[in-house]
Design a binder for this molecule. Sequence first.
Ligand SMILES: [Ca+2]
Ligand SMILES: [Ca+2]
Length: 295
Amino acid sequence: MVWIEGGTFIMGDDDERPEERAAHEVTVEGFWIDRHEVTNAQLARFVDATGYVTLAERRLDPKDHPGVPPKLLVPGAVVFTPPDGLLNLVDFRQWWRYVPGADWRHPTGPGSSIEGKQNHPAVNLAYEDAQAYARWLGRELPTEAQWEFAARGGLDGATYNWGDEYYDPVAGWRANTWQGLFPLKDDVEDGYSGAAPVGCFAPNGYGLLDMAGNVWEYARDWYVPEHPPEPANDPQGPGLAVAARYAGTATPSVVIKGGSYLCAPNFCARYRPAARQPQELGLGASHIGFRTVAQ
Ligand SMILES: [Ca+2]
Ligand SMILES: [Ca+2]
């Protein structure tokens, strides 16, 4: 882990997507954070030691899913599948599939495995799985403020973790993202199609790896579709009640940060520290992992 000295920074970005507004000052205390995304090898140690079964491996209880036919109550995760053609860039069902049997040991479903991928980020995990791992180590998931502060690596106000230019021909690619036309064709100019082993790209100013791209990472916070104006300087983020009010449901989504190998300039471009996206509870995906923090 890496010690991050606390400090005050500008969280959010007024010039990018609406959900990143309003940019506001936040102060975080010092904390430890994992240098890299939690890997398959690390998750395996947790599972071996505790017998923990991830959500994507558990049988689904019909009581929790009233009205869903039993044959659809099969555990799995959401897996990216490049489409042959594309009608629009709105309907994500063209490139996301719920795959029964997809879990952290089977990243793209039955028949796939993590053999030779011990240093890849663990994926297809639900928020509660990530939290269970963190708590086993006496840690937590980072708050969104902690995560964003750490991602910026001391470059307060920069668009990217490394500066203001997405691509510098001299420095080369700084993160595992998607080059070419998403979701049809990944030109793989950065050398990696899909997730890469952790730490294939240069660290940020705090020595942290893959704080942009590779896989998204869970933050601890509930998601609201903007940074709430009050309290402006609360590093804990909005509480459940506030997020539930925004979401109109008792179980709002949580925040994910950092973007992934699927983020492309023509689509989400969320490989920026201010970028954020909601992820529903109880569902893992092939482009989402996590890292932990300790006080
Ligand atoms: Ca890539
Ligand atoms: Ca990442």
